[in-house]
Design a protein around this ligand. Structure first.
Ligand code: SF4
Length: 346
């Protein structure tokens, strides 16, 4: 039988539209993410993420720099949403996540969002990849409903910083096929200082447990080599142990098990305000990254993706370029995959 994403059935029965309405209800007063700003976004209120009701799309493009089972050979159909519920001092996408331009842009209609996803599907991408969706999820789901009605049948990837509400995620059960959270911190003070969020550790861990409850950790890879259902947890290794990777790995080991697919990311470089922050003002060193690899191996993680240190020189989107933010898209192929074996990162 041909594989089809579960959201197609939800769209046929009308439940996907009902989920979008239920999610929109959580935006007025807004509690779509753990900030719980309580502003009335339907009435134009704006909280920490900076957007009223509705999604803003900064770019929609095929992306070849994600994990191999996300990008595949034809790219991941990334939809970069404007605004963000984090305020990372080191954000490499700060022009779209925190820039004033995104706040001024008109929101994208469900029909236009559906058209973008269908256009990406027409370009042959393996999936639809919502990047930074936490603050716009009601409208992303409404767009998905319209796209599904028009025939979209690709897996949906939810690519967030893990500062997600478990209540919101429960409404995405059967809607999202692949979760791709980036577990940033294991210390609330660091999360507050460098990303402006309260209670990050408990919120992100609860979110990841809920994601795993929905899609499991035994990833389902289709015949094209890309994920149809599953979970990949990213850990961005920040300099000076700001990310507390050892503690995050211990959490993943204890909560989900060491077969969980993890992506250990070395790509940090000081962007945005980071050059002025003493602890963030340099790249992650080879030694720091290797230490995290050693910890992961020692804990028994045997399904880890490892990056080459050269990744620090790629993954630099420039959203002033318009529709194609990756100038070097044709020149890199993302993470050096190990699929259970380690590669020398030096
Ligand atoms: S989605 Fe935005 S407005 Fe809503 S709680 Fe989160 S940061 Fe605040």
């Amino acid at each position: 039988m041909t594989w089809a994403p579960p959201y197609g059935r939800l769209s046929e029965t009308g439940e996907l539209a009902e989920r979008a309405i239920a999610l929109a209800g959580l935006a007025s007063p807004c509690r779509l993410c753990p900030h719980r700003c309580a502003v009335d976004r339907a009435a134009g209120g704006r909280g920490i993420c900076g957007l009223p009701a509705g999604a803003v799309v900064a770019a929609a493009t095929a992306h070849f720099g994600e994990e191999p089972e996300i990008s595949g050979t034809r790219g991941s159909g990334t939809v970069f949403f404007g605004g963000c519920n984090l305020r990372c001092a080191y954000c490499q996408n700060s022009t779209i996540s925190q820039g004033a331009d995104m706040r001024r842009r008109p929101v994208t209609t469900s029909a236009d969002l559906a058209a973008m996803m269908l256009d990406l599907a027409g370009r042959g991408v393996h999936n639809i990849n919502w990047v930074t969706p936490s603050h716009v999820v009601p409208w992303a789901v409404a767009g998905l409903d319209a796209a599904a009605a028009a025939g979209l049948a690709l897996p949906v990837v939810y690519n967030s910083s893990a500062y997600d509400s478990a209540e919101v995620l429960r409404l995405l059960d059967g809607v999202v096929d692949v979760y791709l959270p980036d577990l940033r911190y294991s210390d609330d003070d660091a999360a507050k200082e460098f990303s402006g969020v309260e209670g990050y550790v408990a919120a992100s861990r609860a979110a990841i447990v809920e994601m795993a409850r929905q899609v499991g950790t035994a990833n389902d890879v289709g015949p094209d080599g890309t994920l149809r259902r599953g979970l990949i947890v990213r850990l961005l290794v920040l300099p000076n142990d700001i990310s507390g990777a050892r503690e995050s790995l211990a959490f993943l080991r204890d909560a989900l098990g060491t077969a969980t697919r993890i992506a250990l990311m070395a790509q940090y470089f000081p962007a945005h305000k980071a050059p002025d922050e003493l602890l963030l003002s340099r790249r992650t060193s080879v030694r720091e990254y290797q230490r995290v690899l050693d910890v992961a191996e020692h804990m028994g993680f045997d399904n880890a993706l490892v990056q080459e240190m050269e990744a620090q020189d790629f993954y630099r989107p420039d959203f002033d370029r318009g529709a194609e933010p990756f100038a070097d898209a044709a020149h890199f192929q993302g993470l050096g995959t190990t699929d259970g074996r380690r590669e020398d990162s030096r």
